[in-house]
Design a protein around this ligand. Structure first.
Ligand SMILES: [Zn+2]
Length: 494
């Protein structure tokens, strides 16, 4: 179907704080950039929600007939502990702790990230560039920022001159921050022997001799500032100005604000026309984070092996649960809500299975094309998936009534209903059968079960048979049976 048939799309632009009609710069092409993960640790469920938001956007843009170039980066250098300009690189720190090469850390957690994305049926982007693969572009961008007078070198590092930039350009527009308020609230004096203002941020950092990840530059050996990679890579692949930039709410400031300033300083253009931010996942009202002890991993979720989980939930149940909430609202995770989603999804899938068996009648007692229009209208209204899902439950009611012989549908209506359900559930919401899901994820499952087998062997080694049995039972609960043979332990599906 064409974009015209499905009507215009409206999205909330965080820059203007208004719902605006989406008009791409060069239709039918759309440029979409989303900040990817810093690959120094396992992905938790809060991260999954953010990537899921933009997965649905990507899917819906394609449904509307757009050709989307979707760029989602991998941050593999430059993201310092505490997100400030001082301290250790997150990846280098992990490398030291795990006694691995930084690039082994990067590979390990990139692989893990991809496994998780596949598990939740989150589509891969068109381009997945890495920060270390774009050092030349970043160094060139630093040079352009210095050239325009908004960057200065100090002792081998290069800083962005925020107050000077703010004299001529808007700074803080995206996040609603004001320069004087920021100054009044800054206690951070780190790097102040080099910075002209505490608001300035590093675009290139000098590397100390013991620093693991460093590259030669016109300012000596160093590494790029965290905000710089997204500016350099979005410019390279999507142009100096592109359509949509997405990310989690917590990236609005300073990360995205700095991205805007860098692009304006380097190339004279605001980089992005529509900014979109997904909201947080909370657990019992508190932000999900590793430091809170409530950031469970996908593995813990599937097995139920976490103190906050009453049982395990499938990846598709989690996906459906998340999409029952609008992306811009906070979503609170609870066992009750998860169990309601599990039941809802089951009802939806059962009704879909009935569709091919419905007997056509000679009249219509439900208006399927009106239902279709309402589904499209919900998606065009700032990706309102909860409203769209409510319409799908109206479809479930129609299907069940038709199946019970209480409602008539013509062959044409049944066919339309079938294509509607397929496109909304499979293509837009990205829900697949759990059987397909595990088929497509045998690699992820293999790794996961392998980890359990290793843990069980360890428990046995300690003669901790209670733990060993608990692991076997947990696997049995998700339909995985362990086989102990002379060669070792293997697994198969029950
Ligand atoms: Zn970014």
């Amino acid at each position: 179907m064409t974009a015209l048939a499905k009507g215009p799309l409206f999205i909330t632009n965080t820059l203007t704080r208004r719902k605006e009609e989406f008009k791409p710069l060069r239709p039918p092409h759309v440029g979409l950039y989303v900040c990817g993960p810093t690959v120094y640790s396992d992905v938790h469920l809060g991260n999954v929600r953010s990537f899921l938001t933009f997965d649905v956007l990507y899917r819906w843009l394609r449904q509307l007939g757009y050709t989307v170039r979707y760029v989602r980066n991998i941050t593999d250098v430059g993201h310092l502990v505490d997100d400030i300009d001082e301290g250790e690189d997150k990846i280098a720190k992990r490398a030291r702790l795990e006694q691995l090469e930084p690039m082994e850390i990067v590979q390990k957690y990139t692989n893990g990230f991809h496994d998780v994305m596949r598990l939740f049926n989150i589509l891969p982007p068109s381009i997945e560039p890495t920060a270390t693969g774009h050092l030349i572009e970043q160094i060139e961008m630093v040079k352009r920022i210095i050239g325009s007078g908004y960057g200065y070198e100090a002792n081998g590092s290069v800083y962005f001159d925020v107050p000077r930039f703010a004299e001529k350009h808007a700074y803080g527009e995206l996040s609603g921050r004001k320069i004087d308020e920021l100054l009044a609230n800054t206690r951070d004096t780190e790097g102040m022997d080099e910075k002209r203002s505490p608001l300035d941020f590093a675009i290139w950092k000098k590397a100390e001799p013991q620093h693991l990840m460093k590259w030669p530059s016109p300012w000596g050996e160093g590494f790029p500032g965290w905000h710089l990679e997204c500016s350099a890579m979005s410019t390279k692949y999507l142009g100096q100005t592109f359509d949509i930039h997405g990310g989690g709410m917590d990236l609005k400031f300073p990360h995205h604000e700095c991205e805007i300033a860098q692009s304006v300083a380097a190339d004279g253009h605001a980089p992005v026309r529509y900014w979109m931010h997904g909201n947080m996942l909370t657990v019992n009202g508190r932000k999900m984070a590793k430091s809170e002890g409530n950031g469970f991993t996908p593995e813990e979720l599937l097995t139920g092996n976490h103190k906050l989980l009453e049982k395990g939930y499938s990846a598709m149940t989690v996906r459906f649960f998340m999409l029952q909430c609008h992306y811009a609202s906070t979503l609170d995770f609870s066992n009750a809500a998860m169990q309601a989603s599990e039941k809802g999804l089951e009802r939806l899938m059962k009704a879909m299975a009935l569709l091919p068996k419905l007997k056509p009648a000679d009249a219509d007692e439900a208006d399927i094309s009106a239902l279709e229009q309402r589904c499209h209208a919900a998606m065009n209204d700032d990706l309102n998936t909860p409203v769209m899902i409510a319409e799908l439950f109206e479809a479930v009611r129609i299907i069940n009534s038709a199946n019970d012989g209480k409602l008539k549908l013509t062959a044409a209506s049944i066919e339309l209903l079938q294509s509607l359900m397929h496109s909304m559930v499979r293509d837009v919401l990205g829900i697949r059968d759990e059987a397909d899901a595990s088929q497509g994820n045998d690699n992820a499952l293999d790794a996961l079960v392998g980890e359990f087998i290793r843990l069980r062997a360890e428990a046995k080694g300690r003669k901790d048979f209670a733990t060993s049995d608990a692991i076997r039972d947990r696997l049995a609960a998700i339909g995985i049976v362990l086989k102990d043979t002379k060669e070792g332990t293997t697994w198969e599906r029950a």
